[in-house]
Design a protein around this ligand. Structure first.
Ligand SMILES: Cc1cc2nc3c(=O)[nH]c(=O)nc-3n(C[C@H](O)[C@H](O)[C@H](O)COP(=O)(O)O)c2cc1C
Length: 383
């Protein structure tokens, strides 16, 4: 299989990526007290050495007390961009990646409804939810029953002041990111976390300007993008990840057709997003009836911005269908991916688990070498 189309460079604002392979954000939980150390720097540097065009880090907590809960990873091991010490720690990571010719963006993260009360770096900070609801019960999910029971009782809706505080926190963390030497900013706007909880009608039942209709539900995301854009200037690219599915409901949909998708994403594009990451579990599935095009394809079409496909690249099973089962295997044939890419359906390809297992995945793809077998070890260690 000739993967050479994926190895064309791409310039986005002031940044040139050597190729179209992107390391998809993956939470690891190896940053004690929220500070990445030399092992994390070496882990990302290996992906740069392996010719990954763009590294998007694991989710990084923004400078807001309710940004992070524990997420089952042990006390405070999720990294943050929330203080000078975190800037210094991340500076060592970005220096290492740049020394190997890589490009790296942090994924800015606020868990919103998914933060469990009494967990995370600031346990007493109450979880923030647009309307106080965590989400509907009884939907398809992989979350454990104990967690669901603890988070399900309603809290109070966010106040206007709390909304303004979180937006300002995104701006502060973007400035910390710039000071730490990151090349751009990635925003986590999917998977049922805070920004997504504003986008989704099931978790945003507000009757005000933050939720009264589809356009209002995009307002929080757009204000976050605008704040970040103002904070970092014009040369650093901004990516925005969104998803139809939620951890609260795997079958959820934000947009039922391309027109709704356009209405949801256009305000974000206008606010300064350069690349949309369409988070799906299988990149090669049609999103809407009447066309083979996947979600990333539709995003590119309706916004005119760059888009990234993700889900099951180089691997036969989607995340959640099998985290590490014996029947999960590397898939050498990139033909369906390259065919879609060559049709100009999307601009970038996000690679998650394949790059977790093999830092040299991008180089192997370029050389047409066989991919390594799937292994579980790389989940437990920073390989
Ligand atoms: C261990 C692990 C941690 C993840 N953490 C994040 C995260 O912090 N932020 C995020 O947006 N997605 C996260 N994801 C989802 C991945 O970015 C990606 O979208 C998903 O794994 C599908 O891609 P793949 O099939 O290539 O693995 C995570 C996935 C894995 C396997």
């Amino acid at each position: 299989m000739d993967a050479s189309p994926l190895f064309a460079p791409l310039t986005v604002r002031g940044v040139t990526l050597a190729n179209r392979i992107v390391m998809s954000p993956m939470t690891r939980g190896f940053s004690p007290n929220g500070l990445p150390g030399d092992d994390v720097a070496a882990y990302y540097q290996r992906r740069a050495q392996g010719e990954t065009g763009l590294i998007i880090t694991e989710g990084v907590g923004i400078d807001h007390p309710a940004a992070l809960g524990e997420a089952g990873l042990g006390e405070n091991s999720i990294p943050v961009l929330a203080c000078e010490a975190s800037v210094a720690a991340w500076r060592r990571v970005t220096d290492a990646v740049h020394a190997s010719g890589g490009v790296i963006f942090p994924q800015l993260w606020h868990m919103g409804p998914m933060k469990e009360a009494n967990t995370g770096p600031v346990p007493e900070a109450l979880p923030l939810r647009p309307s106080g609801v965590w989400g509907p019960a009884g939907r398809a999910t992989s979350l454990d029953a104990g967690y669901m029971e603890r988070v399900m009782p309603p809290t109070r809706p966010m106040t206007d002041a709390e909304i303004a505080d979180v937006i300002a926190a995104y701006g502060r963390s973007a400035r910390y990111a710039r000071a730490a030497g990151f090349d751009g900013i990635a925003i986590h706007g999917g998977h049922g976390y805070l920004i997504d909880a504003f986008l989704w009608a099931e978790t945003n039942q507000r009757a005000d300007e933050w939720g009264k209709d589809l356009a209002a539900r995009s307002r929080f995301a757009a204000e976050v993008v605008r704040e970040i854009r103002t904070s970092i200037g014009d040369t650093m690219p901004v990516t925005f990840r969104f998803s139809q599915w939620k951890q609260q409901d795997f079958r959820a949909r934000l947009a039922n057709d391309p027109q709704e998708l356009e209405q949801i994403l256009t305000p974000l594009a206008d606010a300064g997003v350069d690349i949309f990451e369409a988070s799906t579990r299988y990149f090669n599935r049609a999103e809407f009836p009447g066309s083979e095009m996947n979600l990333a394809g539709w995003v590119k079409k309706v916004t005119g911005k760059f888009s990234m496909a993700v889900g099951g690249i180089g691997i036969n099973k989607g995340y959640y269908d099998s985290m590490a089962g014996a029947d999960t295997v590397a898939q050498a044939d990139l033909t369906p991916l390259v065919e879609r890419f060559a049709r100009n359906e999307f601009d970038l390809v996000g690679v998650g688990r394949s790059l977790l297992h093999d830092p040299n995945w991008a180089r192997r793809a370029r050389l047409g070498e066989p991919f390594l077998g799937f292994n579980t070890d790389s989940l437990a260690r920073l390989t």
